[in-house]
Design a protein around this ligand. Structure first.
Ligand code: BLA
Length: 511
């Protein structure tokens, strides 16, 4: 229709994915007004109840739902007053049918939204809970973050039975990385690959922060329309909190192109921000039951708490290491010797702490370069370039080539630099370098693997997406993290102190 948005691949962030006006067909949805009249119904209602959507809309709720079910729903609704979120009612009956459904209830801008899906088998509960419990206990004992995430991916696979489970981690520039993976052996691995921010657009991430579980039951199905598409006042029902919310045609195409029929994602939330997702795939269509989703949700929350703890442990360890490195340098300087010779082992340690690929130092006209660093003449051009920056701050960039044009001709294409000024005049520096990121991430899979291509050609696939990411980040290094920059600032202060003292002592000796 004329109000369908035409979203193309360049403005993914603008698609109103919460107002697509459809639901996924594994369940049905009705909207109810505050006086319990049915205001909306998905057109697949007749697959569940003995009424069509057109017949149901405008009627009181008791013409559709059994009175005990309405009573239970009203009760749960009390728990929702004044807060966002959803409540669950198990074993709901439609009038004239003895099929049991599970209902989920939330309120969307004054409309009570009821979503129904086939009832879960209660036998699953106990096994799921046992599995979550033992997985969490084992996770708590793993300190290495990569192994921790790997085991979590395995656990989610065991819990859900899905073909592939990835821990997809967001990076500071919004791109994402497959950080851990558990999969069937016959599938290509995506481990270590990177994708542009647009693959999971902003508004989708905002929804994943609100609703920690997202399931897509069948990527070949656009879903059932909601009747009427607009309320008498012209509003389209806001499905932000809906479980059945249908899926953007673009994302459905993405999933089909990679042979994925169903997906589930579980949000990983650290300190109130979306750190990543368990992104799960299945090659057959499957509607994960509400009970299973709850178990996955619980696991996701426990995992997130444990992860937050581990991440802050790592930060604390880094801070300790910075302290240790700088104070051992201070000690070695007190024992005397040539400053550059004393600095080199310190910089080696520091460089690996920062995840740098190389480093350089210029001190009293002596230059030392190691690892992926510019050549000596390039380094002096860089020093000159940096002399135009403020003297008493750490300088950093992840795209040197964009700031300093002749850096593009450097023999080693360093794109990331942290420069720490260590004296006032003449300006001496220590610097840490990172190479261009596209040099270090490669697609190891079969390059000739055929792709099926939908409406948008082959762009919507992990491979093309990976290539898109590579072209976006050309000339860039991995971003320096806030903790990297904090460490560099600590180093600056420590070195400044040492060198100021040396200058003082030298001045005193001259007297
Ligand atoms: C959602 N995109 C998603 C989700 C993932 C990805 C994991 C969450 C929903 C889900 O679990 O399926 C991306 N999936 C990936 C990536 C890999 C993967 C990177 O398996 C790599 C192996 N997607 C695009 C482009 C657009 C887009 C170009 O690639 C926009 C024009 C849109 N992705 C898009 C939208 C959603 C999405 C709209 C939200 C789906 C929803 O929850 O409604």
């Amino acid at each position: 229709g004329s109000d369908r948005q035409n979203v193309d691949l360049t403005d993914c962030d603008r698609e109103a994915i919460h107002q697509l006006g459809r639901v996924q067909s594994f369940g049905c949805l009705i909207g109810v007004s505050a006086d319990w009249l049915i205001s909306h119904a998905s057109v697949n209602l007749a697959d569940f109840a003995c009424k069509s959507a057109e017949e149901a809309v405008g009627e009181p709720l008791e013409t559709l739902l059994n009175s005990q079910s309405i009573h239970n729903i009203r009760n749960r609704l009390q728990h929702l007053t004044g807060r966002s979120g959803a409540e669950y009612v198990r074993g709901v009956l439609f009038v004239g049918s003895d099929e049991l459904y599970d209902a989920q209830i939330h309120v969307s801008e004054g409309t009570i939204v009821l979503e129904f899906e086939p009832a879960a088998q209660s036998a699953d509960f106990e096994t799921d809970l046992t599995l979550v419990r033992s997985a969490v206990a084992r996770l708590a004992e793993i300190s290495d973050i990569a192994r921790f995430c790997g085991f979590a991916a395995k656990s989610v696979r065991a819990l859900t039975g899905l073909d592939r489970v990835m821990v997809y981690r967001f990076l500071p520039d919004g791109s994402g990385e497959v950080f851990a993976e558990a999969k069937t052996s016959d599938q290509e691995s995506f481990l270590g690959l990177r994708y542009p921010a647009s693959d999971i657009p902003k508004q989708a991430r905002a929804l994943y922060l609100r609703n920690p579980i997202r399931i897509i039951a069948d990527s070949s199905h656009a879903g059932a329309e909601i009747h009427p598409p607009r309320s008498p006042s012209g509003d389209v029902l806001d499905l932000s909190q809906s479980t059945l919310r249908s899926v953007s045609p673009i994302h459905l195409e993405y999933l089909s192109n990679m042979g994925v029929a169903a997906s589930m994602s579980i949000s990983i939330i650290v300190n109130g921000a979306l750190w990543g997702l368990f992104a799960c795939h299945h090659r057959q269509a499957i509607a994960m039951s509400q009970a299973k989703r709850n178990a996955a949700d619980l696991f996701g929350q426990m995992f997130s708490f444990l992860l937050a703890g581990k991440l802050s442990d790592v930060e604390a360890q880094n801070d300790d290491q910075v302290q240790e490195i700088t104070s051992s340098f201070t000690r070695s300087m007190q024992e005397g010797g040539a400053p550059v010779t004393q600095l080199v082992p310190l910089l080696q340690d520091f460089s690996s702490l920062l995840g740098a690929d190389g480093f350089g130092v210029i001190l009293d006209n002596i230059v030392h370069l190691e690892g992926s660093a510019p050549k000596e003449d390039e380094f002096s051009r860089l020093v000159k370039f940096l002399n135009a920056a403020a003297a008493n701050t750490v300088f950093s960039t992840y795209q040197l080539g964009a700031l300093m044009t002749d850096a593009q001709q450097f023999a080693q294409r360093v794109s990331g630099v942290i420069a720490v000024p260590i004296s006032r005049s003449p300006r001496d520096y220590v610097m840490f370098f990172r190479r261009e990121i596209v040099k270090s991430v490669n697609w190891a899979g079969n390059p000739n693997k055929p792709l099926s291509a939908g409406l948008n050609g082959s762009r919507l696939s992990p491979r093309k997406s990976f290539e898109a990411w590579r072209s976006i980040v050309e000339g860039e290094s991995e971003h320096w993290s806030p903790s990297n920059l904090r460490a560099a600032e600590q180093l600056r202060r420590a070195l400044l102190e040492v060198f100021l003292r040396l200058t003082d002592e030298a001045a005193r000796e001259r007297k």
